[in-house]
Design a protein around this ligand. Structure first.
Ligand code: F6R
Length: 611
């Protein structure tokens, strides 16, 4: 995964801007970090195991002097987590420094060949071949951009690369398969893995496309496509603007980004609903033309976004009478592609728009003649650029690794879209109209109960952290809530958690239930489902487990603890949004109580750009 940032300034110091950018990229990986600054006495590299804060404490990075530099935050793929394997990597003479995100598949052959030509490589990484290849280009008289273009023409695999060279003011970059955007500023220019890492400097950006290289000087940015032998053809591309601000990506008064992002949900959902007004007509047209021509709607998404897709699938069937399918993106090629046809619509949901499994799924689908409707949060992301139609969620930058506000925004967007589609199709009767009427109330409903949900989650967290396993029971649309609640808890607290359909319990999982396995039950509003869930709660309690119930006011269930998360009368289809909020808070409070960092869970990164 890894995060990359670089800046070339006309005047002033690059290091503090790089450090700021790296902090915003830590969601991409945080096992090691490093920077390289081009100063008066060549390229200074500092790097090591740990977070960006650790790097700052160890080396006082911000004090390094020089106007051009690059930085990296690592999620290890090749080579263990050691100081030597941290980026940047340098060539034999320490004149070239390189940061890289991605995987170089042919690095072993390249390394053997380089060593055969006398190069000395010091790390176990795949990346280290790159500075040595650039070094060879420079030695043969090429300019840094030409040397990089020639180097990347020898690479197989995926990469976003940024390199600096001693005595030069420019950064040279390349991209294939890993994200990289160029930032156009006043008095300097930048590059980064995403726009959020540049907001403290500029909100104008140019996405770099696969197969391109660029030269970033303090004065301008130039882009070329690279041919098979490193030949370069210039490309013109206008900058775009993102309406995110730097403060949106700051922690503010909160202890963690995750808590801030949970509390931001009312405003994020409100923004999403106004975005939905702008974008949903075209998406609805695409859905209608798919259905009219006999095509199917097939969701592809990963993790939390997959859970949102389950809500979408449910709502499409329930409100619009459309039978959609939903697949985990990493299984899409095996389960969906074999029966996908021209005219089908792949509805890809991805917060980052960079998840490799999702991109692989949509690219394979397009080859078969399917169209792609994408819902993304990050502007300029790869999925957004490759899709036929895009729904921008507008949730604002999400920095915490655990998705919170982007999940509720995804669900809000899907609810808006399906209700509108049902109304256009004349299906769903009063239900679709009722849901469309209630939807603008959702931000207020969440806002009104946030503090109370947090107070209760602090009260109930003891029950969760004193056990090794927690089970989440859902039914109907809130099956997705149970899966998402369990994912939140396990990924940031490391307590084993699983979500189940309430009715599946007896078919196996009940064997695990004891007084040591508390359960969280999401109580449906519809009477038939409510009764079934009450039955499930009784079965669990009969085995000694305590139960926490998430419910709407007036919903009755026999449980030791309860989160009244929504008002009585809220249609069942709208409950997934308010019902997930207490479970996000419970997971957050559990992580904090156990001394885990909820923003940086072990082994994970927010944007999974490798398969
Ligand atoms: C969980 C989480 C991940 C992501 C998944 C997909 O809290 O954040 O499960 O949901 O990696 O990421 P996107 O939505 O960026 O494709």
């Amino acid at each position: 995964m890894c995060g990359i940032v670089g800046i070339a300034l006309e005047m002033g110091e690059a290091a503090p801007i790089l450090v700021e950018g790296l902090k915003r990229l830590e969601y991409r990986g945080y096992d090691s970090a490093g920077v390289a600054i081009v100063g008066e006495r060549g390229v200074s590299v500092v790097k090591g195991v740990g977070t960006v804060d650790d790097l700052e404490r160890r080396f006082g990075v911000s004090a390094l002097s020089g106007g051009t530099g690059i930085g990296h935050t690592r999620w290890a793929t090749h080579g263990g987590v050691t100081d030597v394997n941290a980026h940047p990597h340098t060539d034999c003479s320490d004149r070239v420094a390189v940061v890289h995100n991605g995987v170089i598949d042919n690095f072993a052959e390249l390394r053997r060949a380089l060593e055969g030509r006398g190069h000395v490589l010091r790390s176990d990484t795949d990346t280290e071949v790159i500075p040595h290849l650039v070094e060879e280009g420079l030695s043969s008289g090429l300019a840094p951009i030409q040397a990089l273009a020639r180097a990347v023409s020898m690479l197989e695999g995926s990469y976003a690369i940024a390199a600096v060279v001693s005595g030069r003011r420019e950064i040279v970059v390349a991209r294939r398969g890993s994200p990289l955007v160029l930032g156009i500023g006043e008095g300097g220019n930048m590059c980064a893995s995403d726009v959020a890492a540049m907001l403290h400097f500029t909100n104008r950006y140019i996405p770099l496309e696969d197969g391109e290289v660029a030269e970033i000087t303090p004065e301008r940015v130039r882009i070329w496509t690279v041919g098979p032998r490193g030949e370069m053809t210039p490309v013109e591309r206008e900058p775009r603007e993102v309406d995110w601000t730097a403060s949106m990506a700051d922690k503010g008064p909160y202890d963690h980004f995750m808590l801030k992002e949970i509390y931001e949900q009312p405003s994020a959902i409100e923004r999403t609903l106004s975005q939905a007004e702008v974008y949903s007509d075209r998406a609805v047209d695409l859905l209608l033309s798919t259905i009219d021509s006999g095509g199917r709607v097939v969701f592809a998404a990963a993790g939390t976004s997959y859970h949102a897709s389950l809500v979408g699938k449910y709502l499409l069937a329930r409100l619009a009478g459309i039978q959609a399918e939903s697949y985990v993106a990493s299984e899409f090629e095996d389960w969906a592609i074999p029966h996908l046809r021209e005219g089908d619509l792949v509805f890809a949901i991805s917060q980052s728009g960079e998840t490799a499994d999702v991109l692989i799924a949509t690219r394979a689908a397009r080859k078969l003649g399917a169209r792609v409707l994408a819902m993304v949060n990050v502007p300029g992301s790869t999925l957004a650029r490759e899709a036929d139609e895009v729904l921008y969620m507008g949730a604002g930058p999400e920095v915490g690794v655990a998705a919170t506000k982007t999940y509720t925004s995804q669900v809000a967007m899907l609810t808006h879209l399906t209700a509108r589609l049902a109304l256009r199709l004349g299906r769903g009767g009063n239900r679709a109209g009722e849901i469309a009427d209630w939807l603008p109330e959702i931000p207020k409903i969440v806002e009104a109960r946030l503090e109370e949900m947090d107070r209760l989650s602090k009260r109930y967290v003891g029950e969760v952290v004193s056990h090794h396993s927690v089970f989440f029971l859902g039914r109907g649309v809130n099956l997705a809530t149970s899966l998402e609640g369990a994912l939140k808890l396990k990924e940031i607290s490391y307590i084993h958690a699983e979500g189940f359909p309430g009715g599946e319990y007896k078919h196996g999982p009940l064997a695990l239930i004891s007084r040591d396995t508390p359960a969280v039950a999401i109580l449906p509003r519809e009477e038939r489902l409510r009764r079934l869930m009450v039955g499930n709660i009784m079965e669990v309690r009969a085995r000694g487990a305590k139960v926490i119930v998430v419910k709407a006011d007036g919903g009755e269930a026999p449980a030791e603890m309860e989160f009244p998360a929504a008002p009585e009368g809220l249609p069942e289809e709208l409950t997934p949004i308010p019902f997930i909020v207490p479970l996000q808070l419970l997971a957050y409070r559990a992580a904090v109580a156990l001394g885990r960092d909820p923003d940086k869970p072990r082994n994970l990164a927010k944007s999974v750009t490798v398969i």
